[in-house]
Design a protein around this ligand. Structure first.
Ligand code: KG4
Ligand code: ZN
Length: 350
C-alpha cells in the first residue's frame, strides 16, 4: 500500500517540510523537501531562540503548502504526520509539534513524534540501501557521538564528546575569524586557500584509549593563536581555518578508528559505518573517513549534503519507518528539548 508521510522540522534555524513515500527506490521516495534557512540571525552572530521560534511560526504553514504542492498531494492523501519533538530549541520544537498535531487532529491521521537525532541516524536509508546494525557517527552542531544503530529506536553509545560538539567548534572559531554562520561551511571554504601545516594545534584526545572526543582545548588553542597573530590578514584567516579543520578531522578519524575496534561483533560483521549530521557534509572529513574505511575494509555511507544538514526529509523518513513498523502515533507526546537517542524505544502499536 502506498503511504505518504508529512515531515516537519523546526528544532533549530531551518524551517522545513517534506513528503516521503514508500513507493519506488532511493531518493525517488522523497517527493518534496522544502527548507528555509533563517537569515534573521545574521546580525547576532548566532541563533536567537525567540527569533527562531517566531520565524518558524511565520513560515511553517506556507512551507508545508509548498511541500504538498511539489509532491502533488493533499493533506487527505497523507497517512501520518511526523514532527521533530526534540532535542532542540524548545520554542521552535513547540511550533513544529503543535502544527503537526493540529494537522493530524483535523485530518484524523496519526501523529508520530520524531527524535531529531534519529532523523540524522536513519536518513541514509532513504538515499542508500542500508541494514542494521551499523556503526554511526552523529556529528552536528550540538552532538558528537559514536553509536551502534541496532534497529529503529535502538541505539548503544560507544563514546561521545566530553565537552563541545565538532560543529560548535567550527561555528565559534568562524565567528572569531569574522566568517559567516553557520561556521562549518565557511571554515571549509576558507580552508581551501589555507595552509593546514602553518600553525601547530592540538589533536585533543590523541593516544587516549576509547572513542570519546574533545574539542574545547582545540577551540581555546585556536583562540590564543588568533590573539597572538592579530590583526589577521585574509591569508591568516584561511590558514587558521585550514589548521582547525585539519585538527577536527584528525581528532574524529583517530577516534573513529577506535570506535571500529570497540563495536560489537554484530556491527563488526556488518562492516558498515554511517556518518550523519551537519558536519558530515564536510568533504575533508568524508574523504579522511573514506580512507580509514578502505584501510579496514568497511563500507562508509554518508547522506547527500542536503540530507546531512537539518531537513524535514529525515523526519518524514523516520515517521514512515515507524508507521510501516506498526507505530500508532501519540498525539499527547510532550516535546522534550533534551531528548537523547538512548531514551528511544522501538515502534509501538496503538
Ligand atoms: O545537523 P545540523 O544541520 O544541525 C544540528 O542538528 O546541529 O548541523 C549543523 C552544524 C553546524 O555547526 C555547522 O557549522 C555544521 O553542522 N556544518 C559543517 C558543514 N556544514 C554544516 N561543518 C563542517 N563542514 C561543513 N561543510
Ligand atoms: Zn541536526
Amino acid at each position: 500500500m502506498s503511504e505518504f508521510v508529512l515531515g516537519i522540522e523546526t528544532s533549530c534555524d531551518e524551517t522545513s517540510a517534506a513528503i516521503v513515500t514508500n513507493q519506488g527506490g532511493g531518493l525517488e521516495r522523497l517527493k518534496a523537501n522544502v527548507i528555509r534557512s533563517q537569515i534573521e540571525h545574521a546580525e547576532y552572530g548566532g541563533v536567537v531562540p525567540e527569533i527562531a521560534a517566531r520565524a518558524h511560526s511565520e513560515f511553517l504553514f506556507p512551507i508545508i503548502k509548498m511541500a504538498l504542492d511539489q509532491a502533488h498531494v493533499t493533506l487527505e492523501d497523507i497517512s501520518a504526520v511526523a514532527a521533530t519533538c526534540g532535542p532542540g530549541l524548545i520554542g521552535g520544537v513547540l511550533v513544529g509539534a503543535m502544527a503537526g498535531k493540529t494537522i493530524a487532529m483535523l485530518h484524523r491521521k496519526p501523529f508520530i513524534p520524531v527524535n531529531h537525532l534519529e532523523g540524522h541516524a536513519l536518513v541514509c536509508g532513504l538515499s542508500d540501501d542500508i541494514h542494521f546494525p551499523y556503526l554511526l557517527l552523529l556529528v552536528s552542531g550540538g552532538h558528537c557521538q559514536f553509536l551502534e544503530a541496532r534497529g529503529i529506536g535502538q541505539y548503544t553509545l560507544l563514546g561521545e564528546t566530553v565537552d563541545d560538539a565538532a560543529g560548535e567548534a567550527f561555528d565559534k572559531i568562524a565567528r572569531l575569524l569574522g566568517l559567516a554562520q553557520p561556521g562549518g561551511p565557511a571554515i571549509e571554504h576558507a580552508a581551501q586557500r589555507g595552509d593546514p601545516q602553518r600553525f601547530a594545534l592540538p589533536t585533543p584526545m590523541h593516544g587516549k584509549p576509547g572513542c570519546s572526543l574533545s574539542f574545547s582545548g582545540l577551540k581555546t588553542a585556536c583562540r590564543l593563536l588568533v590573539q597572538r597573530i592579530e590583526p589577521l590578514s585574509e591569508q591568516d584567516v584561511c590558514d587558521v581555518a585550514a589548521c582547525l579543520q585539519a585538527r577536527i578531522v584528525a581528532e574524529i578519524v583517530e577516534r573513529a578508528s577506535q570506535a571500529i575496534v570497540l563495536a560489537s561483533p554484530e556491527t563488526q560483521k556488518s562492516k558498515t559505518f554511517v556518518v550523519a549530521g551537519g558536519v558530515a557534509a564536510n568533504t575533508q572529513l568524508q574523504s579522511a573517513l573514506r580512507t580509514l574505511c578502505t584501510e579496514v575494509g568497511w563500507r562508509i555511507v554518508t547522506p547527500p549534503p542536503l540530507l546531512c544538514t537539518d531537513n524535514a526529509a529525515m523526519i518524514g523518513w523516520v515517521g514512515l519507518q515507524r508507521l510501516l513498523a506498526g507505530e500508532g502515533g501519540d498525539l499527547l507526546f510532550a516535546p522534550r528539548p533534551n531528548w537523547s537517542v538512548l531514551e528511544l524505544s522501538p515502534p509501538k502499536a496503538p
